[in-house]
Design a protein around this ligand. Structure first.
Ligand code: FAD
Ligand code: 2HG
Ligand code: ZN
Length: 475
């Protein structure tokens, strides 16, 4: 990469290509693209580029490749790990996919949707519903996160337990490679064993191997029956036991199975207007179970009553409410979805998006909580998340009497403490949010040796100039 980049000439070339509206340089205009949702990083960039077509993306990338300018792809900028934030040196451009927001096709017979990278996840869900289909990926940031972003992070979310991660929902991709070539891989086949599965390389690559400009996604039959349950449970083991009970009776009915701690629910009730506790008494542990069926006459209430009845007899479930109607179902989901916002409002927190084999979830929560309290007395564990996938957000909130900045200064100690338990339980230090900038320094310890070496060689082969999202994923 050259030390100095001929910024003025390059900006003029970008403007000629994209028009003035496609190149933002005013500090006020570019500010939102320079920091992350968690306010962990404050980056800088020479411009935010807003191409509207794949050809424009390719031309921008070709110009950057020629000039050696780093490119930071950005979708909804909801990354939890600083993946879409440029470095501080101001040498990069942020390439926003926001204007590439067309749904190109929906086919209810092939059950596929082809959407551009900048399509907001909620818009994709709504378009599928309009075609009487389901695009099942669902997460708290779905009103902002984009198709390009969810694929580039291999996002998981609430429905992974039933439908899989973003990777499992993708059939084909269109990608602009780091030299500006367009790879048109928008195939919509369920079977296609023709050499290396290139498309899977770009899923979860967090923009380090190329720019996803469009994707062909799998659609599913739309559920016609739905029930949402909120239960207080005895402890972490009871939460897992209820999951097993539902699986044993009707695994296919589980659309989401989420765990929440008493502390997290307290925060949601305290900080989020309109959120109330649905059960009579506060507890230390709760679960949310979302049941769905494509059969309109499916007796989900009967299923819930059967399982909860048995679980109550065993003392696993203490109290339970069954949503009953759409408004109540949404109210229950809000308690869970508002966890990140409620935690943010309570003060400084350290997030640990980790996974373990599902059988180890209770041990993870207990051991990691105890270890963090031992490290910083008064620390408040707020574990919550996708129990059905073994993916717990093992988050820690600052002690009430501690300065937030002082707590955050211990972030790495806290993450190391949690990760020690995770490693002991054969888990992963990043379950669904990715590596971004936050966790690059963990890669050597967790993935070092042949695995990291292979990743570095793939990166060098596809992006020899190292212009794609430098400083992310790889150490
Ligand atoms: P961005 O944040 O813009 O980018 C994310 C990464 O992808 C960056 O590395 C960026 O460079 C790269 N990228 C973006 N677009 C492209 C592209 N077109 N081509 C190549 N690279 C690209 N995540 C989950 O997995 N599960 C959850 O349940 C979940 N819940 C969340 C709840 C909240 C409130 C918030 C704020 C975040 C949550 N996230 C969750 C994290 C985040 O929403 C996801 O990682 C999401 O996939 C990011 O999408 P985005 O469009 O905002 O991507
Ligand atoms: C969720 O499941 C997200 O709500 C965010 O993955 C988790 O805030 C977090 O740690
Ligand atoms: Zn999550």
């Amino acid at each position: 990469m050259p030390d100095t980049i001929p910024t003025d000439g390059l900006l003029a070339e970008f403007r000629a290509l994209l028009g003035p509206a496609g190149v933002l340089t005013d500090p006020a205009d570019i500010a939102p693209a320079l920091s992350d949702w968690r306010s962990l990083y404050q980056g800088n960039a020479m411009a935010v580029l807003r191409p509207a077509t794949t050809e424009q993306v390719a031309a921008c990338v070709a110009l950057c490749a020629k000039a050696g300018v780093p490119i930071v792809p950005q979708g909804g900028n909801t990354s939890m790990v600083g993946g879409a934030t440029p470095t501080e040196d101001g040498r990069s451009v942020v390439l926003s996919l926001a204007r590439m927001n067309r749904i190109r096709a929906i086919d209810p017979v092939d059950m596929t949707m082809t959407a551009e990278a900048g399509v907001v996840l909620k818009t994709a869900q709504d378009a599928a519903a309009d075609a009487n289909c389901l695009f099942p990926l669902s997460l708290g940031a779905e009103g902002t996160a984009t198709i390009g972003g969810v694929l580039s992070t291999n996002a998981g979310g609430n429905t992974t337990v039933r439908y899989g991660n973003a990777r499992e929902l993708m059939l084909g991709l269109e990608v602009v490679l780091p030299d500006g070539q367009i790879w048109s891989g928008l195939r919509r086949l369920r079977k296609d064993n023709t050499g290396y599965a290139l498309r899977h390389l770009f899923v979860g690559a967090e923009g380090t191997l190329g720019i996803v400009t469009a994707a062909t996604l799998r659609l599913f039959a739309r559920p016609r029956a739905n029930e949402v349950l909120f239960c207080s449970v005895r402890d972490e083991d009871a939460a897992l036991a209820v999951f097993q009970r539902f699986r044993a009776v009707d695994e296919t009915a589980i659309r989401a199975f989420e765990y929440m701690s008493g502390t997290g629910v307290d925060f949601a009730v305290k900080h989020i207007p309109g959120v109330t506790l649905p059960v009579a008494e506060r507890a230390d542990h709760y679960i949310l179970v979302d049941l769905a069926s494509t059969r309109a006459d499916a007796d989900l209430q009967g299923l819930a009553e059967q399982v909860l009845g048995a679980a109550m007899e065993e003392g696993e479930v203490l109290d339970a409410v069954i949503g009953g109607n759409e408004a109540k179902r949404q109210a229950i989901w809000r308690i869970r979805e508002e966890h990140p916002e409620a935690q943010r409002k309570e003060g400084a927190s350290v997030k640990n998006d980790v996974s373990v084999p599902v059988s180890k979830v209770p041990e993870l929560i207990r051991r990691a909580s105890a270890a963090c309290i031992a490290l910083i007395p008064g620390t408040r564990p707020v574990p919550f998340g996708h129990l059905g996938d073994g993916n717990i957000h093992m988050n820690l909130e600052q002690p009430v009497d501690m300065d937030g900045a002082a707590f955050l200064a211990r972030s790495h100690d806290i993450m190391d403490t949690v990760n020690e338990v995770v490693r002991d339980l054969d888990g992963s230090f990043s379950a669904e949010h990715g590596i971004g900038r936050l966790k690059t320094d963990m890669m050597e310890a967790w993935r070092g040796g042949a695995e990291l070496d292979a990743m570095q060689r793939i990166k060098a082969a596809l992006d020899p100039k190292g212009i794609m999202n430098p400083g992310k994923v790889l150490p």
